[in-house]
Design a binder for this molecule. Structure first.
Ligand SMILES: Nc1ncnc2c1ncn2[C@@H]1O[C@H](COP(=O)(O)OP(=O)(O)O)[C@@H](O)[C@H]1O
Ligand SMILES: [Mg+2]
Length: 249
């Protein structure tokens, strides 16, 4: 099994003058994913999707439960081992690209220890996978549109040759055209590589377009783990019916 997340819980504590506010963002959430598998995580805003994604990407600590990759607890891997297993792509592509670095340096940095004289070739190959070419290497992130930056962020994640990419609302800040380009790129990664993808989105139509399997989150819990077909038959579940009707707006 690529990933086994079990009974995950996460409480955020924020201080407001003398009052401490606690919020349970993840409540006993668990799911697993086999190697080469794909799924979408959907749920309304605030349901805990980003929290779940960040925890399994090793970007956020959790309070209870466990995350295992290939049967071994995440905590027993080194950070650099984990970065070769799991990569995350964010809603705002600026979050994955250093604005002060040329694209070439950003991408070389992603290759880190694997730097060889073939690095440039490797980088160009990754760019081609996202529909860009080597001519952009000497440019800076601000010279690109949001959609192009997101594609560069995907190329950067691919350079680690990870087993799993977690994409957190990767379309949310993009125009409709760029959204469909990114979705096509993910579908192509599915076809040509054995990198698994977890797509986090509140867009149930993008989710059903991307993957057969869906996980539905509500108030920090995974309330459903099923196929897209089953979701669309869940009309009597109010929460799911609302997610479906919001897509028809
Ligand atoms: N750093 C934080 N401190 C306090 N509360 C937070 C923090 N991050 C997220 N939350 C709260 O946790 C809940 C889940 O957030 P999140 O995982 O971002 O949900 P989603 O990605 O589904 O919108 C939300 O109610 C959010 O307000
Ligand atoms: Mg989120």
């Amino acid at each position: 099994m690529l990933l086994e997340a079990a009974n995950l819980s996460k409480q955020y504590v924020s201080k407001e003058f003398f009052k401490e506010n606690k919020f349970l963002a993840l409540d006993n959430a668990g799911f697993s994913l086999k190697e080469g598998g794909y799924l979408s995580v959907i749920g309304s805003s605030g349901s805990g999707k980003t929290t779940l994604g960040r925890i399994i990407a090793n970007l956020l600590d959790y309070d209870g439960g466990s995350v295992k990759y290939f049967g071994k607890d995440m905590k027993d891997y080194s950070p650099s081992e984990l970065s070769q297993i799991v990569q995350m792509i964010f809603q705002n592509p600026y979050a994955s690209l250093n604005p002060k670095l040329k694209i070439k340096s950003s991408l070389l940095e992603a290759l880190d220890c694997k730097k060889t004289k073939n690095s440039e070739e490797t980088i160009i190959k990754a760019l081609e996978q996202v529909g860009l070419d080597g001519r952009i290497l000497n440019n800076y992130p601000h010279q690109f549109s949001g959609g192009q930056r997101q594609r560069i962020a995907v190329a950067r994640a691919l350079l680690k040759n990870p087993k799993l990419i977690i994409a957190d609302e990767p379309f949310a800040s993009l125009d409709v055209y760029s959204q469909s380009r990114i979705l096509d790129i993910f579908k192509n990664i599915k076809k040509v590589s054995n990198t698994s993808i977890i797509l986090i989105t509140h867009d149930i139509s993008a989710a059903s377009d991307f993957s057969e399997r869906m996980i539905i989150m509500e108030n920090g819990k995974i309330v459903k783990d099923c196929s897209s077909d089953e979701i669309f038959n869940e009309k009597e579940n109010k929460y799911i019916a609302n997610l479906i009707s919001s897509m028809e707006l």
